[in-house]
Ligand binder design. Structure first.
Ligand SMILES: *Cc1c(COP(=O)(O)O)cnc(C)c1O
Length: 231
């Protein structure tokens, strides 16, 4: 009896090249320049060694979603001068610690968190996360509460508002979800003209996100491969 043939997983460099090509194609098809699109590789649950391999392949932007893990990896790899994006939910009592290593926080979603991130000494780049589901546990501010939150963020010292972040809800058409984020982004820009960036698009739907104007893609498995098992 012969063993079933399992295709070897594509090496990291091949997967990275495939995503880069996919981003370039989608940008060209949308009449956009890929220079205006930052691909953040989300490396949660993967070891620091994978980040080193990606850095050697030219990746500069990394996303993490769990505070302790992100803190440890960014400390271990500080010599590489990478840009760290925190994309997970931030607990108020951990906010100052996250701020200490994160260059960009994608998940600012409430006034109390803005207050916890305030600083007179330094500035951190933030996206306000919008929740496109009915489930408050998902993180993100409800669209109806977006304007007051943005108003508060703009008054907070030490936060530079970049724009909006969202995760496309499961079971919904991603293109429609991202069109909604783009519209909400237009609304935010009436209050904050500089806040023109949109963090949206993951492994399975980044093409739709690019069509709708994404400037920051958060891509995990399409580049890293399957995440290691976790409990
Ligand atoms: C894990 C994660 C991603 C990447 O997801 P993939 O489907 O692996 O590309 C993007 N955004 C957030 C907030 C995540 O937690």
């Amino acid at each position: 009896m012969s063993e079933p043939v399992i295709p070897a997983p594509a090496p990291l460099a091949d997967r990275l090249a495939a995503v880069r090509a996919g981003v370039a194609d989608a940008a060209a098809a949308a009449g956009r320049s890929s220079d205006e699109i930052t691909t953040i590789v989300v490396t949660k649950f993967h070891p620091a060694s994978l980040i080193e391999e990606l850095a050697a392949l030219g990746v500069r932007d990394f996303g993490e979603s769990r505070h302790q893990e992100a803190q440890a990896k960014s400390a271990e790899l500080a010599h590489l001068g990478l840009t760290w994006h925190f994309v997970g939910q931030v607990q108020g009592k951990k906010a100052r610690q996250v701020r200490a290593y994160a260059d960009v926080i994608h998940s600012l979603d409430r006034e109390s968190l803005a207050a916890a991130l305030a600083s007179e000494e330094s500035t951190v780049d933030c996206f306000v996360q919008v929740n496109l589901t009915e489930d408050p546990a998902r993180g993100g501010v409800a669209p109806a509460l977006l304007e007051p939150l943005v108003g508060r963020v703009l008054e907070t010292p030490g936060i530079r508002l970049l724009g909006l972040m969202a995760v496309a809800p499961l079971g919904a058409e991603p293109r429609r979800s991202y069109a909604r984020v783009r519209e909400l982004g237009d609304q935010v820009r009436r209050l904050a003209p500089e806040a023109r960036f949109l963090s949206m698009g993951m492994s399975s739907d980044y093409v739709d996100a690019i069509v709708e104007g994404a400037t920051h893609l958060r891509i995990g498995t399409a580049i890293t491969g399957k995440r290691p098992e976790h409990g």
